[in-house]
Design a protein around this ligand. Structure first.
Ligand code: ADP
Length: 445
């Protein structure tokens, strides 16, 4: 260890060669080590001017800040790194210390565990004790799940499987999903030949009830993959830091049950534009989501196909659309005449039926989406059941039954949805992201 006279010599050398980065870095590290914190801070700042965004120097500066009680400054210095996957574990430990001293125990615990899981040598028993945390788990140990039930049984029972045969119409959407999700898994050599790698997610968007969840489930069935559907309540937690942890555990559980389709419903709430967010911890959820999508390395998410659905794609942070993340946007349109007839046919297929004119019902249900049609059929079936019980024999469903119900059942909000979409297409489509919507929003009904 350098004594104070050795330190003095280093100071002098750095003064004479102010652009010598290794020298300045070495001096700064020594100053920090010996507890000359203010001077270490100055040296790290000077070194950062020579090497902006150097992770080692930034970590040193953050530690100098934290040990002087400037926790906010420490966290600000670390923030750009912590938002990226695979940041140096040392940074996670420094952040944990600063967060703990700021009183944010949950977030501190999350950072600490995440860092130590990746680099057990970064463990700091004293900090762990202060966090009142159990001994950090080893990487090979299973991580505790936030949703025990789902984690233990990620795959759906086989007879509940739906496939693309159960999705009526939507040929364009099915084709897009085949190319993006299914072919890379079914024919990897073909994709490799073109230098393309499987991975990256698909964001399904369109009016509510349009069949996005149904499609995602069918894509999993088509692949023979397990289907894990994640709703907001599976992720969001009132305790700061716990939501990020939940997200991490959800991805981990999916990675353990590959091949797997991991489906996020209402994803706009988890992936909203960070600029729209008031609360820093909401931004942390977005950052955690991005980090999980990227994975710690190329292989982390292999066999995990991430699908997400939203009715409000315009609220999603553009960072989600980068390659390897939700790099494909797929519009799930309201069903046209032929698609409505086909959906009705599927919905009625195992019911007692008279001769049916599905085209006539399709014509009478112009603004209906899949969920509306399902509601219509469900109501008609209930009525028929009552009739059948009274008659003591099965009374088949007729075209007229369905047509009669269309008079009283209003469709959900497709028109309102298209009016909102029109605003974005007309006034916020510089990147061309919403081009696919153009023919729809200009349509006269
Ligand atoms: P979203 O996720 O877009 O809100 P859902 O996938 O929940 O909509 O759709 C509601 C229901 O409508 C589904 O459970 C399914 O029964 C039916 N449905 C929607 N689209 C189709 C379709 N193309 N083919 C068959 N059924 C459909």
């Amino acid at each position: 260890m350098v004594d104070d006279s050795g330190l003095q010599a280093l100071r002098e050398a750095a003064r004479l060669s102010p652009d010598n980065l290794p020298l300045r870095r070495h001096l700064a590290d020594l100053l920090l080590d010996k507890g000359y914190l203010a001077e270490a801070e100055r040296e790290y700042r000077a070194a950062l001017l020579l090497a902006p965004r150097d992770p080692g120097i930034t970590a040193g500066l953050a530690e100098a800040f934290a040990r002087q009680g400037a926790y906010g400054a420490a966290l600000s210095a670390l923030e750009p790194f912590l938002a990226q996957p695979g940041y140096p574990p040392r940074m996670g430990v420094i952040a944990a210390r600063a967060l703990l001293d700021e009183g944010d125990v949950a977030q501190a615990g999350f950072r600490y565990h995440e860092a130590v899981m990746r680099a057990p040598e970064a463990a700091d028993p004293e900090l762990a004790a202060r966090l009142a945390a159990p001994v950090p788990p080893r990487v090979s140990q299973p991580v505790e799940e936030p949703f025990g039930k789902r984690a233990e049984e990620p795959a759906e029972p086989y007879d509940q499987r739906v496939t693309f045969a159960d999705v009526a119409g939507m040929e364009g959407v099915k084709e897009a999903l085949r190319v993006k999700l299914l072919l890379p898994v079914q024919q990897p050599e073909l994709f490799a030949a073109f230098g393309k790698r499987a991975g990256g997610g698909v964001l399904l968007y369109g009016p509510p009830g349009g069949g996005k969840t149904h499609l995602a489930r069918a894509a999993a069935g088509e692949l023979g993959a397990s289907f894990v559907s994640v709703g907001l309540s599976d992720v969001l937690d009132m305790y700061v830091g716990q939501s990020e942890r939940n997200l991490h555990n959800i991805f981990d559980a999916a990675r353990r049950s590959r091949p797997c389709v991991l489906f996020f419903d209402e994803v706009d709430a988890l992936a909203a534009r960070r600029s729209d967010m008031r609360q820093a911890h909401n931004r942390q959820i977005v950052n955690q989501f991005l980090a999980e999508l990227d994975g710690v390395d190329d292989k982390a998410n292999e066999g995990v196909l991430v699908l997400a659905a939203t009715n409000a794609p315009w609220y999603i942070d553009v960072a989600f659309r980068r390659p390897g993340r939700f790099d494909q946007l797929v519009f799930v349109p309201p069903p046209d005449l032929a698609a409505r007839a086909a959906i009705l046919r599927i919905l009625c297929r195992d019911k007692p039926l008279a001769e049916m004119d599905f085209d006539a019902v399709a014509k009478a249900t112009t603004d209906y989406v899949g969920a509306d049609l399902k509601g219509l059929v469900d109501r008609a079936v209930e009525d028929k059941l009552r009739e059948s019980i009274a008659a003591g024999r099965p009374v088949p469903l007729t075209t007229r039954d369905l047509l009669a119900l269309t008079k009283s059942q209003r469709p959900s909000s497709v028109r309102e949805w298209l009016a909102t979409a029109r605003n974005y297409v007309m006034h916020a489509n510089d990147s061309g992201a919403w081009d696919e919507l153009l023919p729809w929003v200009n349509r006269t009904w």
